[in-house]
Design a protein. Sequence first.
Length: 123
Amino acid sequence: MDWKIELVSVPVSDVDRAKAFYVDQAGFNADHDHVVNDGLRFVQLTPPGSACSIVLGVGITEAAPGSSAGIQMVVDDAGVARDQLVAHGVDVSEIQELDWGRFVFFRDPDGNRWALQELPPRD
């Protein structure tokens, strides 16, 4: 039996601002945006090519906005990914070369921290 992580909540203070950042700047796909009632809004966004989405909204999590750290996505080329983010106005780190890959880091408007990893070549 497979166990797959397919949805991760990201705590934000302003849903519309966060949605605009992830869609317009980070390039995520806007899958769903549903207001169920005054206390529940569900916004699902998916990075290009990913089987795992993020969810943000109202009534989704009790975590403090900006408290998410260590969300990591794997990309084919850290340099290309970095260039795409910079072109869309995202404040992103320089590329860090480590034995376990090439990394770039960025934060969303609330301060939730993201890492992009280009895997090292495999033998």
